[in-house]
Design a protein around this ligand. Structure first.
Ligand code: ZN
Length: 499
């Protein structure tokens, strides 16, 4: 195309080869590696991370970027250059000593967190969290606070480019108020039974069942694998080799199905990125929020819909055996939509999940600004859970020590989970606007129209557009929390018999 652009892309692809090699090693560590491999694997991953970082921040990259800016490039190439410049500028603005200190401190803080959580001992984690937050504030200052923004914004940019706390506040306020009140209303009536997720099914049968669903919704096993791990995730090296994991409990088939459909959503997105753009921004997912929209769309808008269960109840009987034969489509639909305020985010249902995120966003923003002292976090956490979710937190283990994120230095990350929920609802509504009601095809086990719509409107663009612009192009409007709230109430009010 043009010499500096081609050279820049070749460098990006080389760095991606190193990073994607690390991805496969990380997948192996979680699924296959014997415990004896831990130390050597840490050294392998450390070396690959350093080599990739050196390639991404080499002085010649700055020179190639400058020459690309001066060249007359087509729009797609300009998008590549824009994103490579963004990531180069961010990497280059943080001194190497700070990067190294953060990596060492967070690695030790994670161990301290795991111990503190086990003993429900916040006092022992407190100095670590103070150190991590102080490093994150320094890092934010190096990265630069956007005009009119706050320190938190500079950190969140790593996960959701362009996201500002001030833009999130008006999206999250209706969740706190309207969703909070709705959940309260549901908790006062006798809701559907959770019986489908309490019956014991053999793990081998569950595995065959979820693999059949993964195939039906379009996860391509010739370009991906599903294995088991304690915490389900989506990894892999590129669109041709996507590795997802899931988990099984004898008495909770809903968890296996939900986890599998969730990770398949991430995987189908990765498989749908343009194969000829591997290792370049146009072959890369836009943001964590958009990635999460794809997982939540399949997990919730498909896997918890009445149409899906009209088809899937029979599949469940075929794969899970006679114990499932007594369960009707209505039973399954009901059990997959039980809403119950609880303490633990990762076990939360479709509705209350977002209230857990609302609490974290508020507390995290105050911790970064200095408005909330780390020492006061447990009290603030417990008060917020009482106010927003209506539950009493018995101890810090199931309270402010439950998530690993802050110990890893992942500050600004939590809101992407709920952004994903909101984007998912808006994409799904737009797909139904374009394709008509999707319950009927779902009831026939036909998920291709939805998958193709996502391919054409989301996956194929890679990072060509930012999240907000992608949303406008696909749905005709900017992100709007009302669409999610309306969807949820439309589904749950009749099921709970509240109007
Ligand atoms: Zn996810």
């Amino acid at each position: 195309m043009s010499e500096p652009y081609d050279a820049l892309i070749a460098r990006a692809r080389e760095a991606h080869l190193l990073e994607s090699t690390a991805e496969i090693l990380a997948w192996d560590q979680e699924t296959m590696m014997p415990p004896g491999g831990v130390d050597h694997r840490a050294r392998q991953l450390g070396l690959l991370a350093r080599l990739a970082h050196e390639r991404r921040t080499a002085p010649e990259i700055a020179e190639l970027l400058a020459r690309c800016d001066a060249a007359d490039l087509p729009d797609e190439a300009k998008a590549d250059v824009r994103e490579l410049r963004r990531s180069f500028d961010r990497s280059a603005s943080v001194p190497a000593e700070l990067v190294q200190e953060r990596s060492e401190v967070t690695s030790r803080a994670q161990h301290a967190w795991a111990r503190a959580r086990e003993d429900s001992d916040f006092a022992s984690f407190r100095p670590w969290l103070e150190r991590v937050l102080s490093l994150e504030r320094n890092r934010a200052a190096c990265l630069g606070v956007p005009d009119g923004g706050e320190l938190w914004d500079a950190l969140a940019e790593d996960y959701e480019p362009g996201m500002r706390a001030a833009d999130l506040a008006p999206l999250f306020a209706p969740l706190r108020e309207r969703l909070g009140a709705f959940v309260q209303e549901l908790s006062e009536v006798h809701g559907p039974s959770n019986r489908c997720n309490e019956i014991e099914f053999e793990i081998d049968r569950q595995e065959k069942f979820v693999r059949r669903i993964a195939t039906a919704i379009g996860f391509d096993f010739s370009r991906g694998r599903i294995d088991r791990s304690a915490h389900p995730f989506c990894g892999g090296s590129h669109a041709g080799d996507v590795r997802i994991t899931t988990r099984f409990h004898r008495d909770n088939v809903g968890d296996a199905l939900g986890s599998t459909m969730h990770e398949c959503g991430h995987g189908i997105y990765e498989q749908g990125l343009p194969a000829d753009r591997v290792g370049t921004p146009l072959g890369t997912a836009v943001s964590l929020g958009i990635h999460e929209s794809q997982s939540r769309l399949w997990e919730n808008h498909v896997g918890r819909s009445a149409g899906f269960w009209r088809w899937c109840a029979d599949v469940a009987t075929e794969e899970l055996g006679s114990a499932a034969a007594m369960l009707s489509a209505d039973d399954w639909f009901g059990s997959s939509n039980v809403v119950r305020p609880s303490l633990i985010r990762v076990e939360a249902d479709e509705a209350t999940y977002n209230l857990h995120v609302v609490v974290r966003f508020d507390l995290e923003r105050r911790l970064v600004s200095g408005d909330l002292e780390v020492a006061d976090l447990p009290d603030a956490w417990n008060a917020a859970y009482r106010e927003v979710l209506g539950v009493d937190v018995p101890d810090d283990r199931d309270g402010c020590l439950q998530d690993v994120h802050w110990s890893c230095g992942l500050v600004g990350y939590f809101p992407t989970y709920t952004l994903g929920t909101l984007y998912a609802a808006q994409f799904f509504a737009a797909a139904e606007r374009d394709l008509g009601d999707l319950e009927e095809p779902f009831a026939c086990g036909d998920f291709a129209p939805l998958r193709d719509w996502l391919r054409q409107n989301v996956h194929c663009h890679g990072m060509r557009y930012g999240a907000e612009e992608l949303c406008r192009r696909a749905t005709g409007a900017g992100l709007d929390a009302e669409i999610f709230l309306n969807y949820l109430e439309r589904k749950l009010r009749p099921l709970y018999g509240v109007d």
